[in-house]
Design a protein around this ligand. Structure first.
Ligand SMILES: [Zn+2]
Length: 307
């Protein structure tokens, strides 16, 4: 029996675009699922065209005012390029989703395989005034003397790409983070690492310090104060593949995200009950396409000798 035609399919979600590419599938290569975030960046400059001025933390007039300086064409261009390339590199190619369904199947040299999903990531960054964007991000350029600025997922500062001391672990080691990769996690639908625990109830302020974690594991998470990526952070890819194949429901990650925030990201008719299983389970190392026998045996194929 002939294999079905290999193809590319796309689906545009409210907060990112997705492309599923089956044209590269063979005995060794899974299907690619690329999520693309289109970000529009907007300069925040000192008032009245001045070279320097102030801007409030979180853009909130009741918070502390910080010293900022005017963007120049060179500093703006360099900041955007560095932001896009380093955030993309952090999130790209880190997850494999395990396929338990009779989809993404075809034959290679007479053997039928069921393909897993390799998670790719792309950021398209542009000036907010041109094109269309999933998110518009305001950016302040901090003065050299300024040591802190209160950022959030759509308000960044020029030093958010620089590694900063955020937490201290139980052994006294500094936990460092480049804040922009954390903010991209929010744009991919993730909450803080301790969100939903008793220390950080989803009904409260999920930006409170306790929400960034109290255990070493929570604090080291990229959705806490560190740089550690976990399988639970593959949420957006899992949701996208379930929506694109019409197969499977997805476990709500235990360490992040209220249902209300997920529903906001999905923009579709899902209910919380759709997110209670373990379909399209995320792995943080390569898992090869499986034969039907391997699927039936629930084998994890992390090596596949060449034939
Ligand atoms: Zn955050």
């Amino acid at each position: 029996m002939a294999s079905p035609a290999k193809k590319k399919t796309t689906k545009n979600f409210p907060t990112f675009d997705a492309e599923l590419n089956e044209t590269i599938c063979d005995a060794y290569n899974n299907a690619d699922l690329t999520l693309t975030l289109k970000l529009g960046f907007r300069q925040i400059n000192p008032a009245g065209g001045a070279a320097s001025g102030t801007y409030h933390d979180y853009g909130d007039a009741t918070e502390t005012a910080r010293n900022i300086v005017k963007w120049t064409p060179g500093s703006w261009s360099r900041w955007k390029t560095n932001f896009v390339s380093s955030a993309q590199r952090y999130w790209h190619g880190k997850f494999w989703l395990i396929n338990n369904f009779p989809v993404l199947e075809f034959e290679d040299k007479g053997v039928k395989y069921r393909h897993n999903v390799y998670c790719r990531f792309k950021i398209i960054g542009a000036d907010a005034a041109t094109g269309t964007h999933h998110h518009v991000i305001d950016v302040v350029r901090l003065a050299g003397s300024e040591t802190f600025f209160g950022s959030h997922s759509t308000l960044y500062d020029s030093r958010d790409t620089v590694s900063t001391h955020k937490k201290t672990d139980s052994a006294g080691n500094k936990i460092m983070q480049r804040a922009h990769v954390h903010e991209i996690g929010h744009l991919l639908g993730l909450g803080h690492s301790a969100e939903g625990t008793s220390a950080c109830p989803t009904s409260g302020d999920t930006n409170a310090s306790a929400c960034y974690g109290s255990s070493d594991s929570e604090m080291n998470s990229v959705m806490g104060g560190g740089m550690t990526l976990r399988a639970s952070h593959a949420y957006a890819w899992r949701m996208a593949i379930a929506a694109m194949t019409g197969k499977g429901t997805i476990r709500k990650p235990s360490d992040n995200r209220s249902w209300a925030a997920l529903a906001n990201m999905l923009g579709t008719s899902y209910s919380e009950a759709d997110f209670t299983s373990n379909d399209w389970e995320a792995m943080t190392k390569r898992h090869y396409p499986r034969t039907e026998a391997e699927v039936t045996a629930n084998a994890a194929i992390t090596r596949r000798p060449s034939r």
